[in-house]
Design a protein around this ligand. Structure first.
Ligand code: MN3
Length: 198
């Protein structure tokens, strides 16, 4: 199985003004596409061809760093596009996820603060996450392409804090990007789907 670049699930300008068409054109068509093309070259002869993407991610971690970087970023971005939608965000979380956020993370406001702080506190490129680990919700941050899969957890929501995700729209203001992203772009229905499957 080779990696394939998925279509964006909305128009390039659908997330404006919080994320511009220009950002999505570069981020999806250039950055994500490069992970796909480089990943496909590195997959050849790796011993991991024919595996599901998640298995390529966990199987290459700590063993084949170049393949891991590209496979993990491919996995992260497939979900990142779906973790956003036009008219997203808000404080209403569907289904049973809300009550788990209340019991595991102390409620919506505390969770939002922890998630934004994780994104702010990730030094350099990386991601911040809501993940399920050992049956409990957890907020995490990871460097570069790393994700919760390689830490024994299932990602439910992730925000890309590489500069390529926000520099066109927010310049160096990562906190502003994180807050705008959380409050206006999150596709909670997709988060709930991943929660139900975790
Ligand atoms: Mn990215």
């Amino acid at each position: 199985m080779s990696f394939e670049l998925p279509e964006l699930p909305y128009a390039y300008d659908a997330l404006q003004p919080y994320m511009s068409a220009e950002t999505l054109e570069f981020h999806h068509d250039k950055h994500h596409n490069t992970y796909v093309e480089t990943g496909n070259k590195l997959l050849v002869g790796s011993g991991l061809e024919g595996n599901a993407l998640e298995e390529v991610v966990t199987g290459s971690y700590g063993k084949n760093q170049p393949l891991f970087n590209n496979a993990a970023q491919h996995y992260n971005h497939i979900h990142f596009w779906k973790w956003m939608k036009p008219g997203g965000g808000g404080t209403k979380i569907p289904g049973s996820l809300q009550s788990r956020i209340d019991s595991d993370l102390g409620g919506f406001d505390k969770f939002r603060d922890a998630f934004v702080e994780a994104g702010k506190g990730q030094f350099g490129s990386g991601w911040c996450w809501l993940a399920m680990k050992d049956g409990k919700l957890e907020v995490m941050k990871t460097p570069n392409g790393e994700n919760p899969l390689v830490h024994g957890a299932k990602p439910l929501l992730g925000c890309d804090v590489w500069e390529h995700s926000y520099y066109i729209d927010y310049r160096n203001a990562r906190p502003k990007y994180l807050e705008a992203w959380f409050d206006n772009l999150i596709n909670w229905e997709y988060v709930e789907q991943m929660f139900a499957a975790a």
